[in-house]
Ligand binder design. Structure first.
Ligand code: ATP
Ligand code: MG
Length: 185
């Protein structure tokens, strides 16, 4: 099992990138009244056939060749279900995949959010040719950022993968989430 929700998001987004997605949309929604935390990762990658989609819940199913088991999705499913939540995957061959996980945040085993800024920096800097968007909602208050927006400001896509951009993005995301979460209750 992974430590926190940010690590699960990174793992799931890496599936999207392996499936040749050119765009990955990540959203996290917290509701402190309902005590839920949900996240969605949506991509325009290769998608899956119906039988493949049924098989992904099985830890022995993988299309990777280096080892024989794929653990990302089964781990996440287990983590969500332990906390009274669920995992839902919708996929269409040739169109893309949307995965949504929900957790009950008052469950003692609910993973902490973790370092979501680090996850985003890893994705943006590691895959500067792909587009990412990120949206964080706490009780309907939202913060959003996207690579399109950043490239618009930088006026040069090559600058996405620089240490300066990484540092700026890390701080920008961390501060905005901190502000958003400090207003929750
Ligand atoms: N977004 C996606 N688009 C297309 N296929 C996907 C996507 N996510 C998962 N899959 C398919 O489901 C399989 C299982 O995914 P899972 O994350 O559980 O394991 P893995 O990626 O193969 O291995 P691991 O995550 O342990 O490195 C993948 O090998 C891939 O074939
Ligand atoms: Mg995986």
């Amino acid at each position: 099992m992974l430590q926190d929700i940010s690590q699960y998001i990174l793992d799931i987004a890496e599936n999207s990138l392996k499936a040749d997605a050119t765009r990955v949309d990540i959203a996290i929604e917290e509701d402190t009244g309902e005590k839920t935390i949900d996240f969605t990762v949506s991509d325009n990658g290769s998608g899956m056939e119906e039988n493949q989609l049924l098989a992904v819940h099985d830890p022995f199913y993988t299309t990777r060749t280096e080892r024989k088991v794929g653990l990302g999705i089964p781990f996440l499913k287990q983590a969500a279900e332990i906390c009274g939540g669920r995992l839902e995957i919708r996929s269409e061959k040739g169109k893309g995949t949307t995965l949504q996980a929900n957790f009950k945040s008052d469950c003692i085993d609910c993973p902490p959010l973790g370092d979501i800024a680090a996850t985003l920096v890893t994705l943006v800097v590691g895959w500067p040719r792909r587009d990412f968007s990120f949206r964080y909602v706490v009780n309907k208050e939202a913060f959003a950022v996207s690579t399109e927006e950043i490239v618009g400001i930088l006026e040069d896509r090559n600058l996405l993968a620089t240490p300066e951009t990484a540092q700026w993005l890390r701080r920008y995301v961390t501060e905005n989430i901190k502000t958003l979460r400090s207003g929750r209750e």
